[in-house]
Design a protein around this ligand. Structure first.
Ligand code: 5GP
Length: 191
């Protein structure tokens, strides 16, 4: 059986990665599985442990780093985020294409380690629109919002490091384009 593809799906915080992902993740042609990350951030309302993230303590996260259990990890606005390696490997060995929805530092680590990873970066139609979306969550204090905005600005400068850049002007269109890119790569890798 052919080993599954690794898809790095990235873009600044608030750009709408989760919304877009939900529109293509169940597309049967793509045979995708979502990699559930580990984070030390507190859950937002509606977030479920083991579904959205594995919510862990700083000690648990640091022990995962020490034991080399993470494919990549990064510190983002005061919290740790990382990809448990064993789960990704298991899914890929089963032939599943695995989607990593991660920020830029982690994405660069993966691209360094997994040379045939497919990388896609989502950009907002404008920075003003991104700010509106980040503020629209209403779940974080102003200080964190400011940090996320500064981070987003730095992250947007890294878009050239990705194979594909897709604009999220319309989430359905962005999802359709992303699905097309992934589908084509699946075809190329099985040719
Ligand atoms: P949020 O707090 O908004 O859920 O996530 C903050 C940022 O961390 C987002 O850009 C999200 O995609 C990213 N992120 C989520 N999981 C991971 C991960 O496992 N590794 C890395 N490097 N970034 C992640």
């Amino acid at each position: 059986m052919k080993r599954g593809l690794l898809v790095v799906f990235s873009g600044p915080s608030g750009v709408g990665k989760g919304t877009i992902r939900n529109l293509f993740i169940n597309n049967q042609d793509l045979n995708l599985a979502f990699s559930i990350s580990m984070t030390t951030r507190k859950p937002r309302i509606n977030e479920v442990d083991g579904v959205d993230y594995f919510f862990v303590s700083k000690e648990e996260f640091e022990s995962a780093i020490e034991n080399d259990e993470l494919l990549e990890y990064a510190e983002f606005v005061g919290s740790y985020y990382g990809t448990p390696r064993a789960y990704v490997d298991k899914l890929r060995d089963e032939g599943k294409n695995v989607l990593l929805e991660i920020e830029v530092q982690g994405a660069l680590q993966v691209q360094e380690r997994v040379k045939d990873a497919l990388s896609i970066f989502i950009v907002p139609p404008s920075f003003e629109e991104l700010e509106r979306r980040i503020r629209g969550r209403r779940s974080e204090p102003e200080e964190i919002i400011q940090q996320r905005l500064a981070k987003a600005s730095a992250e947007l400068e890294m878009m050239g490091r990705y194979k594909y850049v897709v604009c999220n002007d319309d989430p359905q269109l962005a999802a359709d384009l992303t699905a097309l890119i992934i589908k084509r790569h699946i075809q190329i890798s099985t040719d």
